[in-house]
Design a protein around this ligand. Structure first.
Ligand code: UD1
Length: 321
């Protein structure tokens, strides 16, 4: 890196300018790592990197990790202790509309990450997997072994395939692989621009603009909403904690929260908020999704610390500022 006397462990973060990546950079820097962030700005945003770019131990590489050879060249140069692979096609809807692109960005790119790690002797890979690996009715709460029913989208299939590719590489070439199955992540910098953006990002935008939010169906459907601050902390643990074995773990709170409850909390935080509008349930919407957090607790010593009330309070404060 730019500082040859620097003995901080170097962590390479793909998708560094994304919503989750930008928080991961900052958490790694706070933990004493040097970070090389890679992003092609397809969906990542430069303003997400404003704070990281002020740190002397952060370097940005504008590059496409889905292009063969690109990440291998960066890894050969910076010799990271770990790679955190977050770069992805992040929209489930887009994976349905363009499964070929999903394969390239969510499967092939993972293989290129695994190969870059092998060639440069990288000891560890932390991979952004998803609760989308679980099929319908797989379990309540969902445990890591609940894989009897197949994923219901190309996105979920690609994440599950990527976990397998990485674990196979890890076992063959002595790389520790940590697959994090993120549940419904929310927090500052989440992009609310698509109608399929996360419900909390949409609610935060509508409440702050004084407009009514839309609740699809009866609003009693539940999700496991996990703050991006907790997610970033889990990634730092997986990238830096000594002696970890390979495996997959849910990154979740274990607490189901309904859409009605989200609207009620926002309503209590924003004075004079409009009442929600009701629309029919979205086709294909799942009723309940909650994860079992015990494996991440056992493997990583990780437990979510942000209750959703606190997380929505942060967003209401952020938006009002
Ligand atoms: C997630 C994915 C979605 C995918 C689905 C199935 C994200 C952000 N979304 O959806 O792309 O299709 O898994 O794998 O990862 N809702 C409202 N009002 C709104 C927005 C949403 O009531 O304005 C409801 C939805 O109908 C849903 C719940 O809120 O019941 C959560 O929605 P969302 O944030 O999109 O997450 P998932 O449904 O888990």
């Amino acid at each position: 890196m730019h500082n040859p006397g620097n003995r901080r462990p170097v962590v390479l973060v793909t998708g560094a300018a994304g919503f989750i990546g930008s928080h991961v950079n900052e958490a790694l820097l706070r933990a004493g790592c040097a970070v090389v962030g890679v992003d092609n700005f397809r969906t990542g945003r430069r303003e997400n990197l404003r704070s990281a770019l002020e740190a002397p131990d952060f370097t940005l590489r504008e590059a496409d990790v889905a292009e063969p050879g690109v990440l291998a060249a960066i890894a050969a140069e910076v010799r990271p202790a770990a790679i955190v692979h977050l770069a992805a096609l992040v929209s489930v809807q887009e994976s349905v509309a363009d499964p070929d692109l999903n394969f390239r960005l969510n499967v092939q790119a993972t293989h290129l990450v695994a190969e870059a790690a092998r060639a440069s002797g990288v000891a560890r890979i932390v991979f952004a997997s998803s609760a989308a690996v679980y099929g319908e009715g797989a379990g309540e709460p969902l445990r890591e072994s609940d894989l009897r029913t197949p994923p219901i989208s190309p996105y979920g299939a690609a994440k599950l395939a990527s976990e397998s590719l990485l674990l196979g590489h890890g076992a063959s070439y002595g790389i520790t692989i940590r697959c994090h199955r993120f549940f419904n992540v929310y927090g500052p910098r989440q992009d609310p621009r698509s109608p399929y953006s996360g419900v909390i990002s949409l609610f935060a935008r509508e409440f702050s603009a004084g407009r009514p939010v839309t609740i699809y169906g009866d609003g009693e459907q539940t999700r496991d909403f996990v703050s991006v601050h907790d997610v970033a902390r889990a990634v730092v643990l997986a990238a830096t904690r000594p002696g970890l074995a390979s495996g997959a773990a849910n990154i979740c709170t274990g607490r189901p929260i309904s859409v009605n409850r989200l609207a009620a909390i926002f309503g209590s935080l924003v004075p004079g908020a409009s009442a929600p509008r009701r629309e029919p349930a979205r086709p294909g919407d799942i009723r309940h999704s909650v994860g079992d957090p015990s494996r991440a607790a056992a493997d990583l010593g990780f437990g979510a610390e942000w209750a959703v009330e606190k997380g929505l309070g942060e967003l209401a404060g952020t938006r009002a500022a």
